[in-house]
Ligand binder design. Sequence first.
Ligand SMILES: Cc1cc2nc3c(=O)[nH]c(=O)nc-3n(C[C@H](O)[C@H](O)[C@H](O)COP(=O)(O)OP(=O)(O)OC[C@H]3O[C@@H](n4cnc5c(N)ncnc54)[C@H](O)[C@@H]3O)c2cc1C
Length: 447
Amino acid sequence: MNRIIEADVVVCGGGPAGINAAVSAGRSGARTVLIERYGFLGGMSTAASVYPWMTFHTTSGKQVIAGLAQEIIDRLMAQGASPGHVRDTVGFVHTITPYHPEVYKVLALDMLKEAGVRLLAHSFVDEVQTEGDRIEAVRLTTKSGKLEVRGRLFIDTTGDADIAYLAGAPCLQGREGDRLTQPMTMKFRMRGVDLARVKAYMLAHPEEFYHKTPFAELESLPLSGVLGYYKHWKEADLPINRDQVLFFTGPEADEVLVNTTRVQGLDGTNVEDLTEAEDLGRRQVLMVAKFMRERLPGFENASISSVGAQIGIRETRRIDGLYALQVDDVVQGRRFDDCIARSGYPIDIHDPSGKGVTAAWVEGDGAYDIPYRCLLPQKIENLLAGGRCISTSHEALATTRLTPSCMATGQAAGTAAALAVRGQTSPAEIDVRQLQQELERHGALLR
Ligand SMILES: Cc1cc2nc3c(=O)[nH]c(=O)nc-3n(C[C@H](O)[C@H](O)[C@H](O)COP(=O)(O)OP(=O)(O)OC[C@H]3O[C@@H](n4cnc5c(N)ncnc54)[C@H](O)[C@@H]3O)c2cc1C
């Protein structure tokens, strides 16, 4: 194999943001390479079993994310691998979007091939070569030795801002002051769950569940998510710093995805912390599954069917870019001239040190704008970020980190990179109006 690979656009990280960035850049005609450390695509959605995707809508039900993200849903639906957007029976948001992770992995491969993107799997970027304020190449450690990928534009979709950090661009981590991040969660699936019995118990004991659960409609709605069991959880007194049980149903009819473990105080960019987090997380999975089987009506015959290949990491490093989205921008639904994506997902902070979750909903029309400047780092002129590591405050990240918005900022980063290549300019110099028109032409909702 050639040790040096050349491309126009080099996308680092094959999660939801990186897939969409690479597909967009490839479809726009740029020679694109996508680099992913695992043997499969999907990032947290597949490696950490994050599920379902939430949300494409505002709390009143208006769709605000579409484009490539919606194309993925449509194509999953056509394969029977997603029911599409369904009502959220937790009541936290209006819709959630279940999907089959194995079909998503293959669909992502199909879309990359169709767009002419070259994929390098099992490839970890651990070095960035810079020349002044530009990245010349990234270096990968692979099974077949070191490779170098040279490019004109680079996109950081590693979730951890690895490329920006290695290139020397300013980055931030965690909340202001103590730098603590949102906790990690080891997710797992159980099969053999009697969901009719779960729903019957909820209808008979509404006080044990989240106050926004849509009880008035619950009888007729398919059960998609459950939050609560406050009494059972308190009585069990497990050594997990959390105050409630959360799970989502599917993709199979007797299956749930449990989002209840919690590992706090560890840094997802530190290898020793990550090692400890995997240990703690897997032990908590066994504990929570036993608790559910023994105490929750409907789980008597359930058993663990899968556990994340890695612990789910909500927050690590992010770029400190040309603009950092703030909590007020989100809550007040602020509009920006350089909007490249919108979202209606509330601020949702799993407490970095306490038991609970802090939430704040978006006012106005229920959606906020993500400005293009959040994708642009300081200092490095040929780099864009997409997905979890864009420029925000700790609080605003608690909404932009959700998968549909990561897909949307990924699409924007890929489209912007292709425009910069075509115009032989830098991402900061492209015509943002043209970027917006291009995104809208490909289905993005920006108004
Ligand atoms: C516990 C938990 C619960 C969540 N719940 C939900 C939910 O219910 N609904 C929802 O929509 N979202 C949820 N999220 C958020 C969402 O999963 C993530 O924020 C989202 O996946 C981020 O997408 P991304 O593409 O930016 O990054 P990631 O999904 O993290 O993808 C990054 C990719 O880059 C690769 N990579 C990283 N570093 C390197 C490197 N140096 N070299 C090569 N490859 C690299 C990784 O292997 C990965 O494939 C949750 C997240 C967590 C952790």
